[in-house]
Design a protein around this ligand. Structure first.
Ligand SMILES: Nc1ncnc2c1ncn2[C@@H]1O[C@H](COP(=O)(O)OP(=O)(O)OP(=O)(O)O)[C@@H](O)[C@H]1O
Ligand SMILES: [Mg+2]
Length: 249
């Protein structure tokens, strides 16, 4: 049976090695997320939002980080997993849309190839379906000319198109959890609205959970079910979006 919570984080702390010593960036984070739920994480710059998301993705460098606590993704423990075992969870259970697509996309690889690599890490789609899946994804994220775009490099696309490509990669294997770390900050307002709609459309199709990291309280009010507030590495409040806006602590 599927567990009701797609994510259950308990007492998660992350420390970075700085000048030879480990210093905690986030402390004792408890946070859970149901399937179908949209959770916004807000908090000032440096409060630890991306550090938490990166821990859920298992993307911290194990030599430079100490992570303690428990992060269950669909009942499977993520902390302590590295290499291949983490790669097989990443992408099939959880997909991430990063703040800056230019750093997340490989500048030397054509778009079609990058999506194909994501499909190839997992067995969700068989190899003979890769090509049709790539075109299906590019259409789903609203790329106007997929036949041309598969053969282009990231720098040949506009910011909005790159962000769409990143969403295509993040959802390529139908993940149960989508993490979007400020997915629209670098985009103009109309494109921002389109990208958010797109993330929610994908989310509804699969009843996926979404973690949306954002500074934009208008976006939070519009799309989130629940809001978690981080401050100085700690989670200081979690409440429904109605409670947060009516009675903020
Ligand atoms: N790789 C790293 N090595 C050392 N320290 C780091 C690393 N990544 C983050 N930090 C530190 O951890 C703290 C939390 O940073 P983080 O990037 O998670 O904040 P954030 O809430 O995502 O901020 P922003 O809103 O600016 O994106 C900061 O003090 C930051 O300097
Ligand atoms: Mg961040």
């Amino acid at each position: 049976m599927e567990s009701e919570n797609i994510l259950e984080a308990k007492q998660v702390s992350v420390a970075f090695r700085i000048a030879g010593k480990f210093q905690k960036a986030i402390y004792d984070i408890d946070l859970s997320l149901r399937r179908g739920e949209v959770l916004a994480i807000v908090g000032e710059s440096g409060s630890g939002k991306s550090t938490f998301a990166t821990a859920v993705m298992g993307l911290h460098n194990p030599n430079q980080t100490q992570i303690t606590g428990s992060i269950l993704l669909d009942d499977e423990e993520v902390i302590g997993k590295t290499g291949d075992s983490m790669a097989s969870i990443r992408g099939s259970k959880v997909g991430m849309i990063f703040q800056n697509p230019l750093t997340a996309l490989n500048p030397l690889m054509k778009i079609g190839q990058q999506i194909k690599e994501m499909l190839a890490v997992h067995d969700v789609y068989p190899e003979n379906q890769y090509e049709s899946r790539i075109f299906q994804l590019l259409e789903q994220v609203g790329i106007p000319n997929p036949k041309r775009v598969v053969n282009q490099f990231p720098h040949q696309l506009s910011g909005g198109m790159r962000q769409r490509v990143m969403i295509a990669i993040a959802i390529a294997n139908d993940p149960d959890l989508i993490i979007a770390d400020e997915p629209t900050t670098a985009l103009d307002v109309t494109i921002q609205a389109q990208i958010l709609d797109l993330i929610l459309e994908v989310q509804k199709k699969k009843n996926a959970g979404v973690i949306l990291i954002t500074h934009d309280l208008g976006v939070v009010a519009e799309v989130a079910d629940t809001v978690a507030v981080m401050y100085a590495g700690q989670l200081v409040e979690k409440a429904s979006v109605e409670e947060i806006f009516q009675n903020p602590k």
